[in-house]
Design a protein. Structure first.
Length: 435
């Protein structure tokens, strides 16, 4: 009542700054874990351990998303969940420094996967519960930007750090940053008087997109076998095959991503690229991705969703294939050049276009009678595809070579292009979906 018109929204959204330090802490961790396992075990065994770590991380993400989705719904205490998750993340990061074994690193990384999933849903719901509906797009954009810029900051810090100091020692400042987020969350988040159900996230595009970007797994209900049958039973008919074909393309995309992303860091180390340079390549990809997402929405709006998806998949496939060719035909010391060029193009521009288009398509498929079941099936196939791709990645790279892994990832994307191209053209985004 006593607030000015301008101070109210700013004060309500002050909690968003709590996301920034934790994003710095979490952003580079996947790359750092892979680099440390290689440092600890050598390239061959380290690549297998890195593959196992990423696969377990992806696999744990499935029950984590289920658990925290229901916990958020039952507890209805946004501040407690967010602050506690950041606090526990700090302890997990500190434990990386204390346990210097390969098995311990893999287990700790899996615990990180479970705990880091806790904040995604309550942060999204906080915006919808505390902001006017007209400000939701702006508020979600701010939350997304805070997370993206934090991730970029974490990668930048890591790039500088590993060139001068031991890699594992970085776990200490990262843990302190996560602890700072826990304190900020406890001080700035106020539990709203009225709580929304998690189902409300799927009714509005801004919340749906932000939630999937934060964690591409949403379980409103635990999917049953009958839900999978319902989604895929229309595959044989041209009138009902849109949803099953779309889901098959998603499986191919995440299988490809699991294959490529898991082996990309070990491949750079195998070609003599330093740890700092390796992180710098990942940093370049994240910077381009952050910028590309600012224009991807407008780009996709001017084209059909199918065409945008095909374009993103084709460019990403060309980048993966190009890196596979570079791994075969270029001397090792020259691999950094195509890595700096093709990785930001594939992980930044191509990914942002495809992700925007495919999530818009996904948004349309879950607006029917059973959004919970549809999202459950989607999340399950995403999680399983990523896990299988990551597990296979290390084995293929060690026994057949990184170029085979990259080529296989590229072929999967071309198969996804074939599947997506069979989908009917749809109306433009702004003609079909509410803001």
């Amino acid at each position: 009542m006593g607030r000015t018109a301008g101070s109210g929204p700013r004060r309500r959204m002050a909690w968003v700054y709590a996301v920034f330090p934790a994003s710095i802490a979490a952003g580079p961790l996947g790359t750092l874990v892979q680099l440390y396992l290689i440092e600890l075990n050598g390239l061959t065994l380290g690549t297998l351990y890195a593959s196992l770590a990423v696969a377990v991380y992806n696999g744990v993400g499935i029950p984590a998303a289920i658990f925290w989705g229901f916990a958020t719904d039952r507890l209805r205490r946004r501040r407690a969940i967010v602050a506690a998750s950041y606090g526990v993340l700090a302890l997990v990061l500190f434990s990386f420094y204390l346990d210097r074994t390969s098995a311990g690193t893999v287990v700790t990384y899996s615990i990180f996967s479970f705990v880091s999933a806790a904040s995604a849903t309550p942060l999204n719901l906080l915006i919808m519960e505390t902001e006017n509906k007209g400000r939701w797009p702006e508020a979600f954009a701010r939350l997304s930007m805070m997370s993206s810029v934090g991730t970029v900051g974490g990668l930048l810090l890591s790039t500088v750090w590993v060139e001068a100091l031991p890699l594992l020692d970085l776990a200490v400042p990262l843990g302190l940053l996560s602890l700072a987020s826990a304190v900020l969350a406890a001080l700035t988040i106020r539990d709203p008087a009225i709580n929304l159900e998690p189902e409300t996230m799927v009714l509005r595009r801004p919340s749906f997109f932000q939630r999937l970007l934060a964690l591409p797994l949403i379980f409103l209900t635990v999917p049953r076998v009958s839900d999978f049958r319902r989604v895929f039973r229309g595959l044989k008919s041209g009138l009902t095959n849109y949803v099953p074909l779309f889901y098959i393309s998603i499986v191919l995309f995440y299988l490809s991503s699991g294959l490529f992303n898991t082996s990309f860091v070990p491949s750079m180390r195998s070609f003599g690229i330093s740890e700092g340079e390796t992180i710098a390549v990942i940093l370049a990809g994240m910077v381009v991705q952050t910028l590309a997402f600012q224009v991807a929405g407008r780009y996709v709006e001017q084209r059909s969703l199918v065409m945008s998806s095909v374009q993103g998949l084709l460019v990403r496939g060309l980048c993966y294939g190009g890196l596979g060719a570079a791994a075969v035909f270029l001397p090792s010391f020259l691999f950094l050049g195509p890595a700096l060029l093709l990785y930001p193009l594939g992980a930044g521009i191509a990914f942002s276009v495809y992700y925007t288009a495919s999530n818009t398509m996904m948004f349309g498929t879950v607006q029917g009678k059973n959004p919970g079941a549809s999202l459950g099936v989607y999340s399950a196939v995403v999680g399983l595809a990523g896990t299988v791709g990551s597990l296979a990645s290390g084995l293929i790279s060690v026994y057949f070579g990184f170029y085979v892994t990259f080529t296989a990832a590229s072929v999967l994307l071309y198969l996804a292009v074939f599947v997506v191209s069979r989908l009917p053209r749809e109306p433009k985004v702004h003609d079909r979906t509410p803001a």
